[in-house]
Design a protein around this ligand. Structure first.
Ligand code: PGA
Length: 249
């Protein structure tokens, strides 16, 4: 039985005071950490102070990292640095990074490897555009994204991988994939993992849904057999909304 994971992606939102306030509400939230993992991905410059102040089971993730451990890459930070400030997870290949910062499948695969080399668990994002879905190219697009990122992994690494399926047309748009669409794609992704490794590995990989998840649709999405949690943007910035989604997990 896979443990659910409810992850909040704060993106480039909240001042430090606002972030601290939300964080304190969350660390005081009562939930059963044996049944569900709760994770937040704050902006990079808040990671260290929040990790130090973390007296709860809440997991902390970065939203990105560079694939090299160090060097002349002004403005960047590495998985090695994230590990040194006690960050456990890192979102990799979010569609906003793919589209706005031109991240390629190859770079994303390098970032996934850098995370594993530094004992950071990657949350690998994938997702098709509206055009790709309309032209029935969505399964091919997801296959390319996933295969590029997992082909270099060892079995033991793949077992701990978290994948977030986030259809680009559903991110921040208020439009959500139906529970049936999410389940269909999650099942497909699990098959890709089974083909590369085996069914035992595929069974352990957690696959999150992302794209306008909110209290009003979380219950239905999280009830699907292959939906192991959510990667939540907008609704994770509001304490009550995020708390209500956690309660459905
Ligand atoms: P959203 O964002 O919940 O605001 O659609 C999800 C994400 O981009 O991770």
């Amino acid at each position: 039985m896979r443990k659910k994971l409810i992850a909040g992606n704060w993106k480039m939102n909240l001042t430090f005071d606002e972030a601290r306030r939300l964080f304190h509400e969350l660390i005081n939230l009562k939930y059963d950490s044996k049944l569900v993992d709760v994770l937040i991905a704050p902006p990079a410059l808040y990671l260290s102070p929040l990790a130090i102040a973390n007296s709860s089971d809440i997991l902390i993730a970065a939203q990105n990292c560079h694939h090299e451990d160090k060097g002349a890459f002004t403005g960047e930070y590495s998985a090695d640095m994230l590990a040194s400030v006690r960050v456990d997870y890192c979102i990799v290949g979010h569609s906003e990074r793919r589209a706005m910062f031109n991240e390629s499948d190859e770079q994303i695969a390098q970032k996934v490897s850098a995370c594993y080399s530094n004992e950071i668990t990657p949350i690998l994002c994938c997702g098709e555009t509206l055009e790709e879905r309309r032209s029935s190219a969505h399964f091919d697009r997801i296959t390319t994204q996933i295969d590029a990122a997992i082909k270099h992994l060892k079995d033991h690494q793949a077992r701990s991988l978290v994948i977030a399926y986030e259809p680009v047309w559903a991110i921040g748009t208020g439009e959500t994939a139906s529970a049936a669409q999410a389940q269909e794609m999650h099942q497909f992704i699990r098959k890709l993992i089974a083909m590369q490794f085996d069914a035992g590995v595929a069974d352990q990989v957690r696959i999150l849904y992302g794209g306008s998840m909110k209290p009003g649709n979380a219950h239905e999405l999280l009830a699907m057999g292959d939906v192991d949690g959510g990667l939540i943007g907008g609704a994770s910035l509001d304490y009550e909304s995020f708390r209500d989604i956690i309660a459905f997990a």
